[in-house]
Design a protein around this ligand. Structure first.
Ligand SMILES: Cc1ncc(COP(=O)(O)O)c(C=O)c1O
Length: 445
């Protein structure tokens, strides 16, 4: 039901008093009132005043099937009536079994699924599984991780240790565990390829060196395959990933692919690691596992690793689990999501739409103040030239404001203006979105 204008004002007043908004600067709250989102339908969100916004970031990269999908809503309601919660500790329930089986079926090898709640909790599980795996195997010295510059893996302390972004995390530095840091991979087409020759080889060299010298103490390498998201939508080559997969296998270091943002068709493949033809030891999924309908995530683990977690002759049980891990309603949403993906050929459609997005974005490449335009599947990026005074980031914010007035929701990352619209966004809407971005860029030049 649409609240009246009076209700909106009251809600916003209560919001100011009571709600602590994540990743939101106080100055932005002070500057103006927030839209009160009351409804979602298709690729649009609607505020309490009836204004419509294209959800061009899929509500933090989760709502790949858009909003208000009748089948997923129905699956949630049906499950809530039947069984709203039951744990997976020494018990099971049909939706968790179905969701796990469907996830495993997406892989060519044998796997086991450890459910969690949010992306960060899936990453924590993956890190701990890696550590305990080596412990189980009598190689307890393998306790360290390799992470990449500009990585982001979530906001809990373990996830921040392997995904440290100074702009977000510097206050926590003293309590983070140390990790080996490898340079962020770049590819010839990316914005970071500034000096010819120091691209793939150079970046990979450091990674190779770390693994060569420290494999005996390394538990795992963790990577956001093909695109580092929150660190600036840095798209890298499949070749980097292919080499990393081979190196990890050779040096007996586990490879964790954090597919929380890029999994489920975002890059034009079901999983981004498929671009490189590799099979990571642990794959983390979240966000779009339930198409953003309910919090559910998972670490999908090679059976050879999971099988070492036994309690005979010694107790090697994985003493880890979140209260709502594999919650029946969330699992029902995940099961229905995966059915829709298969029946509606969502990934193939996303790959085709991604081609349209890439072609449309090319028209913005020559515009003043543009450093680089890049895309991968349904991720589209316009990176602005940044000045020492932060002028690129400031312009990105003006672009965001201009597009918001035009009914398009974006959240630039510094000077990086990006779109990650629902995978089901019609191509006419994608085209229109890019036209509007171009207008906003002209207006803010
Ligand atoms: C690659 C990646 N990993 C992990 C996370 C954390 O997920 P959550 O916010 O659900 O904890 C995110 C969130 O943006 C992400 O992009």
């Amino acid at each position: 039901m649409k609240p009246s204008v009076l209700d909106t004002a009251r809600y916003l007043q209560m919001d100011r008093q009571n709600v602590w908004h994540p990743y939101t600067k106080q100055s932005a709250l002070d500057a103006g009132s927030l839209p009160l989102i009351t409804r979602g339908e298709g690729v649009y969100l609607y505020d309490s005043e009836g204004r419509r916004y294209l959800d061009a970031i899929s509500s933090w990269w989760a709502c790949n099937l858009g909003h208000g999908h009748p089948r997923i809503v129905e699956a949630i309601v049906r499950q809530a009536r039947e069984l709203q919660h039951s744990i997976l500790g020494n018990l099971s329930h049909p939706r968790a079994v179905e969701a796990a089986s469907m996830l495993v079926d997406l892989f060519p090898d044998e796997r086991r699924v450890m459910f969690a709640s949010d992306g960060s909790s899936a990453v924590e599980a993956a890190l701990k599984i890696s550590l305990q795996y080596w412990h189980n195997n009598g190689r307890a010295l393998k306790t360290k991780f390799v992470a990449l510059d500009f990585a982001y893996h979530g906001d809990t302390i373990g996830a921040v240790s392997v995904g440290y972004l100074p702009q977000f995390h510097k206050a926590f530095r003293p309590v983070l565990f140390p990790v080996f840091q490898a340079p962020s991979p770049c590819c010839g087409a990316c914005a970071f390829h500034e000096a010819p020759g120091i691209c793939l080889e150079e970046c990979f060299d450091t990674m190779r060196l770390i693994l060569r010298e420290h494999a005996h103490e390394l538990a795992a390498v963790i990577i956001e395959p093909m695109c580092q998201g929150a660190g600036g939508m840095r798209i890298h080559s499949a070749e980097y990933l292919r080499r990393l997969g081979a190196l990890c296998a050779e040096k007996e270091v586990l490879l964790i692919a954090d597919e929380i943002a890029v999994g489920f068709g975002r890059t034009g493949k079901m999983f981004a690691h498929e671009h490189a033809g590799i099979l990571p030891d642990i794959v983390c999924v979240g966000k779009s596992l339930s198409a953003g309908y309910l919090p559910i995530s998972a670490a999908i683990v090679r059976a050879g690793i999971a099988n070492t977690f036994r309690d005979k002759p010694e107790d090697r049980t994985f003493y880890h689990g979140h209260t709502f891990a594999g919650n029946p309603i969330a699992a029902a949403a995940a099961v229905e999501t995966m059915r829709v993906y298969a029946e509606d050929r969502i990934v193939e459609r996303a790959a085709a739409s991604g081609d349209v997005l890439r072609r449309e974005l090319e028209s913005l490449a020559g515009m003043p103040g543009v450093r680089n335009v890049r895309s991968l599947g349904m991720i589209g990026v316009v990176e602005l030239l940044e000045g020492k005074d932060g002028s690129g980031s400031a312009r990105a914010q003006r672009i965001r404001e201009a597009l918001f007035r035009k009914g398009i929701l974006l959240r630039p990352l510094g000077s990086v203006v990006y779109v990650m619209p629902p995978l089901v966004t019609p191509v006419e809407v994608l085209r229109e979105m890019v036209v509007r971005i171009g207008e906003a860029m002209r207006d803010t030049a």
